[in-house]
Design a binder for this molecule. Structure first.
Ligand code: SF4
Length: 761
């Protein structure tokens, strides 16, 4: 560790830099409070700056607008943008955008592994080695022997270019990324119900909702500024009802009017029971059923009467024991949901990260469609995104193993032909075979089917479920990691590590949960020799001989190319230019021309520019029959059933202050006292195992083991334990369930059978 007088590449000593950033004073982040929402709201002491620039938070999918203060080429202050949707607010992570740029783990030079050790190298040596190994693999073993694993934290222009290089250049669909781990079930839900991905509502709906149905989301901790807006609504209209479905009594659940502490993995039963209640109590919107809906079960067409018969097996009293809830509470929740003036559902990983994640998403969408709580102010099923650009950068650009840009898929020959024409490559270039999804990809590295993989801006050796198995694959293959920090669990396994610029050190577009595209400007220089991920992708293309394909090479040029491709699709954002994004804190697509203000609510005639209808309540134009689909689903048995050996169900999540695998927030001194190494366990479960509060405990599962310290609390139900997944030292993901949803291929992080025993006397 360098001492305080060691010069760092910005030309300052560490002490000088920290002093300038206000970190040494220890007062750069100050907690304040709002009524009932303590620990969410932080303010920054005013610092003199040379200029303020508009940007977007680097962290979560809330996508808060920020003002970035620059002094002598350094970011010295970050504050909330009062003109953005977050109304000037930031949570602690937003404030820490400044400090993550200057952590001592920033990587300044490429590293190449020699004799087992990573050693500093030149860019030329690193890129020569990478190109040689990729070329050798492609020539000797075919295009599908190489892969790209990206991130919802890359800019849109970066993911789009990597997608083009691998699918239209190299000729493999082995391009996937960390959004597969967090939100592909939401995407699969929207696509299979509405014909197109992404939510139809927006944050403005929060200001109009009379009921919030929050399921599988600890919004208070994980999307704090969205939660603040929910509380604004509650404060301004105290009758607003909040229903929270979560096994734990989270800070979100504590503020709910109705908390349903559901047994993990039984969501399908609960939603079917609620639909049963809607039907029994005449809450069904008959006009919706008549004019706007169609019904399916698997490949078979169904009717509303089939749905009625189907959910008759899911009366509240039938599911109560399975769900760990009382029938009365289920009825109460269904009544509040259906009878409110406008209900807005909010959900994220708790719903998505299940073996039935797509079914869960379809059913929540169905609850809105059947009751008519959709397409009106405050009435919408709204999936919250985890990362700052998983929506725009990955879902919209189709940078996943099964997808192509703007809603196209590799399995569809017309879609492939369209993209081959757009990208100027010969018909037949794009493979019709789906590539490896995230979990498969690292299994394929383990078996030797994938020999080379470029990982960008993410840390799969830590974030994958059942991580030990897939870490073996990373060790076996030729692994290249581009990241802004080192070491991470993944970069430790790499053959080559490339230093990447981050946030304001490069420029590009993010898109957050409400379909808002907004821009991060390049206003500072990266440390040392670090380069943007885009530059790395372009250089790889040149060195592999695909330079002619990558005609657009600067972020704005790439944005224009991507816009032109999307213009003939439901994703039309032709009117969103760099110039407009520099002038205002983002725009919501669809936005077909430069005079268009952006679209709050999709599928609403007269409001959504993609609809050619003048009348009617809805126009689900992305479906061939313009009707949304109600899917009938049964509850499946658990994919990782509890047994005598593994009798507890573990669910994992986050804490307010830290981000994902903590590669950015972990090194920050301000957060060193935040505990991320605990396991919440119910007092009775602890007593049976002779576990005391604070004891170190061993968590074992069918996949591996990890240790944490016990936090005994009745905030988790009997039989359920909870752990945050942030700690690299503890790596709870070694034990987590890696079964994937059959439609979205998203793993079931949220439901793992485990045992817990104390490790010390
Ligand atoms: Fe950043 Fe998310 Fe916090 Fe907003 S809520 S400041 S986007 S981390």
């Amino acid at each position: 560790m360098p001492d305080d007088s060691t010069p760092i590449p910005h030309g300052l000593t560490r002490r000088e830099l920290l002093k300038r950033l206000g970190v040494l004073a220890g007062g750069s982040v100050m907690a304040g409070s709002l009524s009932g929402c303590e620990a969410l709201w932080y303010r920054q002491p005013a610092i003199d700056v040379d200029a303020w620039h508009q940007g977007v938070c680097r962290f979560c999918g809330t996508g808060c607008g920020v003002k970035i203060g620059i002094q002598d080429g350094l970011v010295v202050d970050v504050k909330g943008d009062p003109d953005a949707h977050n109304r000037g607010r930031l949570c602690i992570k937003g404030i820490l955008n400044r400090d993550i740029l200057y952590v001592e783990d920033r990587l300044h030079h490429p590293l190449i592994r020699h004799n087992g050790e990573l050693q500093e190298a030149s860019w030329d040596d690193a890129m020569t080695l990478i190109a040689e190994r990729f070329r050798e693999s492609i020539d000797d073993y075919g295009a599908d022997s190489v892969a790209f694993y990206g991130s919802g934290q890359l800019f849109t222009e970066e993911s789009y270019t990597a997608n083009k290089l691998f699918k239209a250049g190299i000729g493999t669909n082995n391009i996937d990324g960390n959004p597969r781990l967090c939100m592909t079930s939401a995407a699969a839900g929207y696509i299979s119900v509405f014909g197109a991905d992404e939510p139809m509502g927006c944050y403005e709906d929060i200001d109009h909702a009379d009921c919030f149905f929050i399921t599988g989301s600890n919004t208070h901790d994980c999307h704090p500024i969205i939660w603040e807006r929910v509380m604004d609504r509650k404060r301004s209209r105290p009758g607003t009802q909040i229903i929270v479905v979560d096994p734990r009594e989270t800070p979100t659940a504590r503020r709910a009017d109705i908390h349903l502490p559901l047994t993990p993995g039984t969501d399908v039963s609960l939603y079917n029971a609620m639909i049963h209640e809607f039907i029994e109590n005449d809450f069904i919107d008959e006009e919706m059923v008549e004019d706007y809906l169609t019904f399916r079960q698997g490949d078979a067409e169904r009717t509303f009467e089939d749905l009625r018969a189907h959910v008759s097996n899911y009366r509240p009293e039938d599911v109560a024991d399975r769900c760990g809830l009382s029938a009365r509470r289920i009825r109460e929740a269904a009544d509040v949901f259906a009878s409110s003036g406008a209900t807005m559902s909010l959900w994220t990983m708790g719903l998505n990260q299940q073996a039935q994640g797509t079914a869960c998403n379809r059913l929540v969408n169905a609850m809105h469609l059947l009751t008519g709580h959709i397409g009106r102010p405050g009435a919408t099923p709204f999936s919250i995104t985890g990362q700052p650009n998983a929506g725009g950068g990955i879902r919209d650009t189709g940078s996943l193993a099964h997808a192509l840009p703007a809603g196209r898929v590799v399995a569809n020959p017309e879609h492939r032909a369209e993209m081959e024409d757009h990208w100027g490559v010969e018909r037949g270039t794009i493979s019709p075979e789906r590539g490896y999804h995230a979990v498969e990809l690292f299994e394929a590295m383990r078996t030797g089917d994938v020999r080379c993989c470029l990982v960008m801006c993410t840390n799969p050796a830590h974030s994958l479920p059942g991580a030990e198995r897939y870490r073996e694959g990373m060790e076996r293959g030729f692994l290249v990691v581009a990241d802004s920090v080192h070491p991470t669990e993944t970069s430790k396994l790499a053959d080559v590590v490339l230093p990447a610029a981050m946030w304001t050190e490069k420029g590009g577009v993010f898109s957050q949960s409400e379909r808002r595209y907004h821009i991060v400007p390049k206003i500072t220089e990266p440390p040392g020799d670090a380069r943007s991920d885009l530059d790395i992708i372009v250089e790889l293309a040149d060195r592999l001989g695909y330079g002619d394909l990558i005609t657009a090479r600067e972020p704005e040029e790439i944005w224009e190319e991507w816009k032109a491709i999307a213009a003939d699709s439901y994703y039309n954002f032709e009117g969103i230019t760099y110039e407009r994004m520099h002038e205002q804190p983002g725009l919501l697509w669809p936005c077909p021309d430069e005079d268009h203000p952006g679209t709050c609510r999709r599928y609403v005639p007269g409001e959504d520019p993609m609809s050619d209808r003048d009348e009617g309540r809805h126009d689900f134009y992305a479906r061939p029959d313009r009707r949304a689909v109600i899917w009938l689903h049964d509850q499946n048995p658990p994919s990782d059933p509890p047994t005598d050996e593994y009798p507890l169900i573990m669910t994992t999540g986050r804490v307010l202050e830290h981000w994902h695998t903590a590669t950015l927030t972990g090194p920050l001194a301000q957060l060193e006292d935040i505990d991320i190494e605990f396991l919440e366990i119910h007092p009775q479960d602890a007593r049976r195992r002779n576990i005391n509060d604070g004891d170190e405990v061993l968590i074992t599962s069918r996949r591996g083991e990890a240790t944490l310290h016990a936090r005994i609390t009745d905030k988790v139900p009997l039989g359920t334990v909870f752990a945050p997944f942030h700690s690299a030292r503890r790596m709870i993901n070694r034990t987590v369930n890696d079964t994937v949803d059959p439609f979205s291929f998203e793993p079931e992080f949220k439901v793992s059978a485990v045992d817990v025993q104390r490790t010390i006397a």
